[in-house]
Design a protein around this ligand. Structure first.
Ligand SMILES: Cc1cc2nc3c(=O)[nH]c(=O)nc-3n(C[C@H](O)[C@H](O)[C@H](O)COP(=O)(O)O)c2cc1C
Length: 355
């Protein structure tokens, strides 16, 4: 496998472990992945739940918990540690700055267009690499153009997330199962756009597909297409080192293909998750009583049927009666929990056979 190079960062294994909120990828998973030579990613989503004053001071708790998790991950690994932070988070800017100040290697941002991910001087001068997540060539073009014009800088890499991903999806409902929006279709278009910026800047900008990538031979397919690496999340959810409860991981082992459904998230985007009683009730329009305590997401201002942050937090803890697990389209293929080391070895072996 050719290493993944993002500026001066080199990951021997060209795999980014996708950030998983709430609390699914924290320092334990991220450091285990980084120790295997891939890139481990902490999710910033409602990370303040780790702190006892989260209900009283959610933003301060988020910041404190994030700094602690970055420190822990860096203590456990000398490898590359990134942060996934959604543009839709109310305290997006504060958390980005906290991560930069605490030496995070890269920041990966989606769930909205990261047009202004950090102040110009930080974007240009800090050691942290900035990596947007896009789901279309249009979004890629917009971000590259905007950054070029406003910051005289282009993204350090770009994650291309297709419709088979887990969590929130950057697609309309009707696009999710439309072949024209398949990852295999959008990656070449984005490669073309990025190539023009690479030529103009003389800088290499890795394109990193994500969403439904399950085997080493899937990885080989995208590398052959011109990608520099891949981002994978679902497979890392079913590892011993994943920061979620055993019940959460077991939901991945137990689910069948027909259990994996598309839901309408209170955030106003479709998402992919494992069907359960909670989601069936939501589907029937049964409101789950709740009070918005954390005020965590900017778009969550209507009258949603439930609080997504609490639902995902409950799932992380294993209280799946009061929440649900996000998952990628291939989660049903998972039949056991394994270590990160074993997972990476399987992927590398499969890659070698395929390549
Ligand atoms: C449980 C779970 C939680 C996720 N949470 C986030 C998140 O908080 N922010 C984000 O940008 N992506 C999130 N994702 C998307 C992943 O980072 C990743 O890009 C995607 O799931 C890749 O597809 P795969 O799961 O099929 O490998 C999540 C995915 C899963 C499975």
């Amino acid at each position: 496998m050719k290493p993944l190079k993002i500026g001066n960062l080199t990951a021997e294994i060209p795999i980014i472990q996708g950030g998983m909120g709430v609390g699914i990828s924290l320092s334990n998973l991220a450091s285990a992945v980084a120790n295997e030579g891939a890139i481990g990613v902490i999710s910033a989503a409602e990370i303040g739940f780790l702190e006892s004053d989260f209900n009283k001071k959610p933003m301060a708790a988020n910041r404190r918990a994030l700094i602690k998790e970055i420190k822990k991950a860096k203590e456990k690994s000398k490898g590359i540690i990134g942060l996934n932070i959604m543009v839709a988070m109310s305290d997006y800017k504060e958390l980005v700055m906290a991560a930069v100040d605490n030496g995070i290697d890269l920041i990966i941002s989606g769930a909205g267009l990261p047009l202004n991910p950090a102040p110009k001087e930080v974007l240009k001068n800090s050691k942290t690499k900035f990596v947007p997540i896009v789901s279309s060539a249009r979004a890629a073009k917009l971000i590259f153009k905007y950054w070029q014009r406003h910051f005289n800088k282009i993204p350090d890499a770009v994650v291309v997330e297709g419709p088979m991903a887990g969590g929130h999806l950057g697609f309309k409902n009707e696009e999710i199962f439309d072949d024209n929006f398949k990852l295999e279709k959008i990656v070449p278009d984005i490669l073309k756009i990025v190539k023009t910026y690479e030529r103009a800047s003389g800088k290499l900008i890795p394109v990193i597909p994500a969403g439904g990538i399950y085997t080493g031979s899937d990885i080989a397919k995208y590398i052959k297409m011109g990608a520099s690496g891949v981002q994978m999340a679902t497979r890392f959810a079913a590892t011993y080192e994943c920061d979620a409860s055993n019940a959460f991981k077991q939901a991945f082992v137990d689910c069948k293909k027909e259990d994996i459904i598309i839901i309408q998230s209170p955030v106003g985007m479709p998402g992919r998750a494992i069907k359960n009683r909670f989601l069936e009730n939501v589907e029937k329009g049964l409101k789950q009583p709740y009070k918005c305590v954390w005020n965590c997401l900017k778009p969550c201002n209507g009258k949603p049927l439930y609080c997504i942050a609490s639902a995902l937090y409950n799932a992380q803890k294993g209280f799946l009666k009061n929440g649900y697990a996000f998952c990628g389209a291939n989660a049903w293929k998972i039949d056991r929990i394994m270590s990160v080391k074993e997972l990476i070895k399987i992927l590398v072996d499969e890659y070698k056979n395929a390549a």
